[in-house]
Write a protein that binds this ligand. Structure first.
Ligand SMILES: Cc1ncc(COP(=O)(O)O)c(C=O)c1O
Length: 369
């Protein structure tokens, strides 16, 4: 097993480095004042410091369930398991499906690939296109595996988003073969135009739907969740309890207090969407101006711009740029096999406009020398 290349890059850089590498939300937008007053309201209460329930505090689960209901996806607090980030949700599910075959997109989220490998899942892939997974290739592998892990909204690493028709086709295939989807959706609220209907809502009993507050609020809370049928949630609880008994009570109570005023959170989300949309447009404009040879699709949400320099090896380019204190992630890292040496993932959310221009100009200079 190798460590996450991205986390290794993040450890090796200093404050002067312009990083387009990690999937970091912009810390300027963390609602620090509101979180601080929520903290002030809860810290004196004694139960906040006590052991908590393994599936998570009920009022927080209720609030998460309410959001699903707003989207027309019938959900109660019994359908929710609070996890320590959605990364832990992936680990719990990997333990639950240990040694089974699983179909994932190529490319896919590195943290999921590593977790699946660690738990000896047999990973099969189908190519990801601009509008979602390639359907024929998907069905061919899925009919045997009967288990899939997909990121239909503003995917990590590609930002690609499933069309309505592909969502329906994938749901139909899963139902036909009596299979299961693990649908990972940490970016679904970061849309620039409209929110998509989840695949899970089309097949509620065949799905685990994963969410997280890491990208929408702040990652240090480490609060994510799994939405599934009550029966499936009960099966996962055994694994959850053996890992950490429950996710951090303080974080859960703080979040629960913050979410009491739903208007405040919705306003925050709107600010985030607008800010990230502007950042992504700026990033793309700089790419088009200084690096016209970079071929990519414009993101419709999320945090990444993904594409390729047809002529350049992305690792070699990274090594040269690192010496000039600019980093990004070579696309190879997101593949299990058939790695394309030319692809690159850029994060656009975390750098200032000034650094975006500076970093892209440095990459352009390295390409032309
Ligand atoms: C697709 C995807 N899933 C899960 C995670 C894990 O997020 P967290 O554990 O912070 O909720 C990430 C983080 O980047 C991600 O991109």
């Amino acid at each position: 097993m190798k460590r996450s290349f991205i986390r290794e890059i993040l450890e090796s850089i200093d404050e002067e480095t312009i990083s387009f590498a990690g999937g970091l939300p912009n810390s300027l937008l963390f609602p620090v004042d509101d979180l601080k007053s929520s903290a002030n309201n809860i810290l004196k209460k004694r139960d906040v410091w006590q052991y908590s329930l393994s599936n998570g505090i009920k009022s927080l689960r209720k609030k998460i369930a309410k959001e699903y209901c707003k989207d027309g996806f019938e959900t109660t607090s019994d359908n929710i398991l609070i996890t320590t980030g959605s990364q832990q949700a992936l680990y719990i599910l990997a333990r639950y499906f240990e040694e089974k075959s699983i179909v994932i997109e190529a490319p896919s989220y590195l943290g999921a690939i590593n977790t699946f490998k660690l738990n000896n899942l047999n990973i099969k892939t189908a190519p990801l296109q601009k509008d979602g997974i390639e359907i024929k290739a998907f069905e061919k592998v899925f009919e045997k595996a009967k288990l899939t892990y997909l990121i239909p909204d503003f995917q990590n690493p590609t930002s690609s988003t499933y069309s309505k028709s592909k969502r329906e086709k994938v749901a139909k295939i899963i139902k036909k073969h009596k299979g299961i989807i693990i649908e990972d959706s940490p970016y679904s609220e970061l849309f620039f135009e409209e929110k998509n209907k989840s695949i899970s809502s089309l097949i509620p009993n065949n799905s685990f739907h994963l969410g997280s507050f890491s990208k929408t609020l702040c990652p240090s809370l480490r609060i994510g969740w799994i939405r599934a049928s009550k029966e499936l949630i009960n099966k996962l609880l055994v694994i959850k309890e053996s890992i950490d008994l429950h996710s951090c009570g303080l974080s859960q109570h703080l979040l629960n207090e913050y979410l009491k005023d739903d208007k405040k959170y919705q306003t925050h989300l709107n600010i985030l969407r607008k800010f990230y949309k502007e950042k992504s447009e700026y990033f793309c404009k700089q790419l088009d101006t200084y690096l016209p040879e970079f071929v990519y699709n414009k993101p419709k949400g999320g945090m990444f711009v993904y594409g390729e320099f047809k002529e350049f090896d992305s690792f070699e380019l990274l090594n040269r740029c690192m010496k000039r204190k600019v980093v990004f992630v070579p696309g190879c890292e997101f593949y299990v096999k058939n790695k394309n040496p030319h692809e690159i993932r850029f994060n656009f959310t975390n750098s200032s406009l000034e650094d975006i221009t500076k970093g892209i100009k440095i990459i352009a200079q390295e390409i032309r020398t």
